[in-house]
Design a protein around this ligand. Structure first.
Ligand code: ATP
Ligand code: MG
Length: 259
């Protein structure tokens, strides 16, 4: 995209964030308890940004990602996707957006054991209406990228945790989504496979994808240009620049990273 010349650019012009939360609250009601999983969250993520989310267990990371991924809805507040409040999306548009634009890597993988590895990875393409031949080509490509081609006809329960995680990653990237939401994508992986998955995410980021990743691992948080810290459902700290043009990050101000 050509840069507009300074004279064309209105003062303090900024592109519409791809993801924006404005005053978002999430309340769960369980066993007579009101659980405030997210409290007054304001967040903007620019198109093409690589953001990491950190925070202790129960601080709301998965809840936040689920809302961003259209898998859950805020109790209060507004979520705007590409400038449009998601409450304006019809059920059909919501499903389409999820199938075509968003790749979600679940903390618990969420693979379907009635389907084999190939079919699990293929599923988002079925939802997106991709033709069978093209599906086969893309699934093979995605399995290849996570080095799981040899287990294509196995059931998820026949795989190790790390292998399931790699299949879940393949499923998230197979549709070439513009937004990738990853909940501890390296949580079950040894360092070799962790690097493999992070290398993939980085490649997708370089290709223009917006990435939002929960991680406790400072080695991997460094891949993100910005870290958002959550505590008790609130954003408590942000570090790193808003500019994600340096995918290597500098990691300089994240030394204190607890979690
Ligand atoms: N479906 C639900 N019903 C009731 N409470 C919920 C539900 N989902 C999450 N919670 C609660 O909301 C809070 C935030 O949970 P969340 O899963 O977002 O935390 P997290 O930061 O992802 O934690 P972890 O690091 O352990 O994965 C927790 O107190 C949790 O018990
Ligand atoms: Mg979680």
């Amino acid at each position: 995209m050509p840069e507009p010349s300074p004279s064309e650019q209105p003062p303090r012009a900024r592109a519409t964030p791809i993801l924006a939360l404005r005053g978002v609250e999430k309340v769960f009601y369980a066993a007579e308890l009101e659980i405030h999983a997210l409290v007054d969250v304001h967040l903007e993520i620019a198109r093409g940004e690589f953001v990491s989310i950190a925070g202790p267990s129960g601080s709301g990371k998965t809840t936040l990602l689920s809302i961003l991924g259209l898998l859950d809805t805020p109790t209060r507040g507004v979520y705007e996707l590409a400038g449009r409040p998601v409450t304006q999306l019809s059920t059909r548009e919501r499903a389409r957006t999820r199938a075509r634009e968003i790749g979600f890597i679940f903390q618990s993988f969420n693979l379907i054991d009635e389907l084999d590895v190939f079919e699990n990875v293929e599923l988002p393409l079925v939802y997106a209406g991709v033709a069978a031949r093209e599906r086969r080509r893309r699934v093979q490509g995605a399995l290849d990228r996570v080095e799981m081609t040899h287990r294509a006809r196995h059931r998820p329960s026949q795989l190790s945790g790390g292998q399931q995680q790699r299949v879940a990653v393949a499923r998230a990237i197979v549709g070439e989504p513009t937004i990738i939401l990853a909940d501890e994508p390296t949580g079950n992986l040894d360092s070799v496979n962790g690097e493999l998955v992070m290398g993939l995410l980085r490649e997708l980021h370089r290709g223009g994808a917006t990435i939002c990743m929960v991680t406790h691992d400072p080695r991997y948080a460094r891949y993100a240009a910005r870290t958002i810290g959550l505590f008790d459902g609130r954003v408590v700290r942000e570090s790193g620049a808003r500019d994600s043009s340096n995918p290597d990050g500098d990691g300089a101000d994240r030394g204190e990273e607890a979690a």
